[in-house]
Design a protein. Sequence first.
Length: 258
Amino acid sequence: MAQLYWHSTGTGNVDLVLLHGWGLNAAVWHGIIDRLSTHFRLHLVDLPGFGRSHDFPAMTLDEMVDVLQSWMPQQAIYLGWSLGGLVASRIALRFPQRVTGMISVASSPCFSAREGWPGIKPETLQGFQHQLSHDFQRTVERFLALQTLGTTSQRQDARTLKNAVLSQPMPEVAALTNGLEILRITDLRDEMQTLQVPLLRIYGYLDGLVPRDIAGLLDKRWPNSTSIVMEKAAHAPFISHPDTFCQHLLSFRTEVVR
């Protein structure tokens, strides 16, 4: 039977669930755990199909949430990076009574470019899906490299992401392909307008996967949420600028927990 990897650590009195992005696992948070562990009780999760949760079959977004549900704290802030932002969004929409706040990081309610909406071209995502079956490792490395383009610490950041992947069991091609399909087809722009919990959105100005213009578009569409664009960051701001990133999280914690 497939087993979900869920590890809790930290001495804080506020629960923070960390949900990683496509192809990765909870090891990606290594650089910020010490900075946050005295302020939060951290919950490090490998999403179904990834890392130490690799035995799960390919799942829809809601099926992933169904797996996570039995592990969820009674009350928590949910932080979702990239694909993890979609998972956190579905959790917040389905279980608002158990979500004290949500933070999306370099994420979008609709990753695919649509008319009047910036994003990744659907054919680009389909191309990655096709390439996975032909050259698995190179395709994953290429996608990870895209996440750090433009930062002054680009090479080191890409190495950190790659090490996070290699430190745990590699996902199956089916899980990776399915994750790209979730990115390609999901559109939560309208549903998230009904969200009642506090929402902080963090973006990287240099992000090549989630255009910074999305921040302004959602400021208008979701006026009850707050956005921050980190000027020198790309798709992984918690790796390139961990101190600034964690300060934003602690400020949000203060606002949510009064």
